[in-house]
Design a protein around this ligand. Structure first.
Ligand SMILES: Nc1nc2c(ncn2[C@@H]2O[C@H](COP(=O)(O)OP(=O)(O)OP(=O)(O)O)[C@@H](O)[C@H]2O)c(=O)[nH]1
Ligand SMILES: [Mg+2]
Ligand SMILES: [Zn+2]
Length: 294
């Protein structure tokens, strides 16, 4: 059986890249289950027609989107790294950054932060960005400052992405698409080739798509993770996304302490003493409350 990588999936149909670098439209059988971007699969058939995915190899991890009804839909598999993109404009949102850091923990992948638009970063903006990144500092996560406009920092970022599958996340307007355009020089041709293989026109760009990087590794662009619901995560997973707070939380009098006004709350005490960032605690409380609400 030959092996391939899933580039993008539309339900029962996927586009796979075979070992020779060709893109083919492939069908999954009902019993095989649905393939998603990043899957490694065994395939058979006679390209370009009747290509069939025979088996989806076990996934190291699965990025899942949960909708407002709590229904889960898998989007991408086998990720190594989560790239959290922020910029001076739109102003960074600490709660969102902290959510992405918890997402990285839940997937068991390393977070990397990119501060884009360095060409627009004055001192005032820089301190606002750093404040929103308190969680990244607490987790000693690598931070790359880049500009898609000038090319500043892109070489070092390329090195950090080499040979790994990285998911790009971040607020609308921070420059995720600009980064893909800067890092994947043949993106246009690639999108065209995907459209041709799928026979579905421009539809593909709205789906979670894997882009191979010329220096090795892949970037995953997933419009589906913009609204990030983490209500399905356990308290333990959420708390392990906050290593700066966890030692204090362990010392709270109540195991289910919400770090609000409970007596014997070691987290509140640590905030009052300036030992931990109040914004981080607010992020943790928000995630715990969401989870409790079901
Ligand atoms: N000055 C400057 N502008 C940039 C840079 N990178 C991107 N932009 C601009 O920022 C705007 C948003 O960039 P996009 O790449 O579309 O942002 P995005 O994150 O893909 O946004 P969504 O697709 O809505 O999630 C565009 O007008 C870009 O030209 C940069 O390094 N410097
Ligand atoms: Mg975009
Ligand atoms: Zn507490």
């Amino acid at each position: 059986m030959d092996q391939a990588r899933v580039i993008v999936s539309f339900g029962a149909d996927s586009i796979i890249e075979t070992a020779d670098g060709q893109l083919h439209r492939a069908l999954t059988r009902r019993r095989t289950g649905r393939a998603i971007a990043g899957d490694r699969v065994d395939w058979g058939g006679q390209p370009p027609h009747q290509v069939v995915i025979e088996r989806i190899q076990p996934r190291r991890n699965t990025l899942v989107r949960t909708n407002y009804r709590g229904q889960e839909r898998p989007l991408a598999a086998n990720l190594d790294q989560l790239v959290v993109v922020c910029a001076p404009q739109p102003a960074p949102d600490q709660r969102l950054v902290d959510r992405y850091l918890v997402l990285a923990t839940s997937l068991n992948v390393d977070p990397v932060v990119v501060i884009n638009k360095s060409d627009r970063l004055d001192d005032h903006d820089a301190s606002a960005v750093q404040a929103a990144l308190a969680g990244a500092h607490a987790r000693a996560c690598p931070i790359h400052t880049v500009s898609c406009a000038t090319g500043d920092g892109l070489e070092a970022l390329t090195a950090a992405l080499a040979d790994r599958t990285s998911l790009l996340v971040g607020q609308s307007g921070v420059g995720k698409s600009s980064l893909i355009n800067a890092l994947v020089p043949d993106r246009q041709a690639r999108t065209q080739a995907i459209s041709e293989a799928s026979g579905q026109g421009r539809h593909t760009t709205t789906e979670t798509t894997l882009y191979p990087l010329p220096g090795g590794g892949d970037l995953v662009d997933s419009p589906g993770v913009r609204i990030l619901r983490l209500a399905h995560l356990s308290r333990d997973v959420i708390e392990s996304g906050f290593p700066d707070i966890a030692p204090y939380a362990d010392a709270c009098e109540f195991r289910d302490c919400e770090h609000d006004r409970e007596p014997g709350c070691a987290v509140r005490a640590a905030v009052d003493q300036g030992r931990i960032d109040a914004g981080r605690v607010a992020s943790l409380q928000e995630l715990l409350a969401e989870r409790n609400a079901g």
